[in-house]
Ligand binder design. Structure first.
Ligand SMILES: NC(=O)c1ccc[n+]([C@@H]2O[C@H](COP(=O)([O-])OP(=O)(O)OC[C@H]3O[C@@H](n4cnc5c(N)ncnc54)[C@H](OP(=O)(O)O)[C@@H]3O)[C@@H](O)[C@H]2O)c1
Length: 176
């Protein structure tokens, strides 16, 4: 099983523009297309409850793709649960990945936000990172990785320019 972390950031590493949630106002069309493809290629997607709150209006649930939303209070979301499609969990990242692997999921996308990225990176559960850098600087906003102490070494696999303005897609392997 392969676990991929994907994010779109400003040049100064922000996943949100200041206190505004979501990326729809500032991510390029090229990134949106790329992210849609990553979703299509994944059979499980993991995200935090804050990301879910902003993404749920765009989410197309289907039996082909399991979404796991991390929350410390899964009870609160029970009525929205659809087994195999939308689940809410307070299991540890390791327990989630172990379970998905046991259930034969092949490609897991960790889709943020910063808190969940930090949890999965710190637990050494990410093998690959797909990072889109938009040619913008926000100064304030949430970081791609919530501040916790860790050191990760990455190996650059490819860099691609996605449009004329200079949106860059970099792909990395995490070599721990
Ligand atoms: N640019 C991008 O690529 C990108 C990608 C994703 C998200 N975003 C943006 O980033 C923002 C959200 O990021 P964020 O860092 O604030 O939040 P987040 O990572 O999406 O979610 C944080 C939430 O996850 C839950 N959580 C954290 N640690 C947990 C643990 N150990 N066990 C169980 N649940 C746990 C908590 O939910 P409860 O409070 O429910 O307990 C916490 O509030 C949104 O504005 C979103 O639009 C941007």
């Amino acid at each position: 099983m392969r676990t991929i972390l994907a994010a779109v950031v400003s040049v100064d590493g922000k996943i949100t523009r200041g206190s505004r949630s979501g990326t729809s106002e500032w991510a390029s069309v090229a990134d949106k297309k790329y992210f849609a493809r990553l979703i299509q290629e994944s059979d499980a997607i993991v995200m935090g409850s804050q990301t879910y709150a902003t993404a749920k209006k765009y989410m197309k649930l289907s039996p082909e793709r399991l979404r796991i939303i991390l929350t410390r209070n899964p009870q609160k979301y029970r009525k929205y649960e659809i087994p195999g499609q939308l689940e809410f969990s307070n299991d540890s990242p390791r327990a989630i990945i172990r379970r998905l692997s046991r259930q034969k999921y092949k490609r897991v996308l960790v889709a943020g936000g910063g808190e969940i990225n930090a949890l999965f990176l710190k637990a050494n559960l990410i093998q690959h990172i797909c990072l889109t850098v938009e040619p913008k600087i926000f100064g304030t906003g949430k970081n791609i990785v919530h501040p916790v102490k860790m050191i990760k070494n990455l190996k650059l696999i490819s860099v691609r320019r996605l449009n004329r303005q200079g949106t860059l897609l970099s792909r990395y392997d995490v070599i721990q």
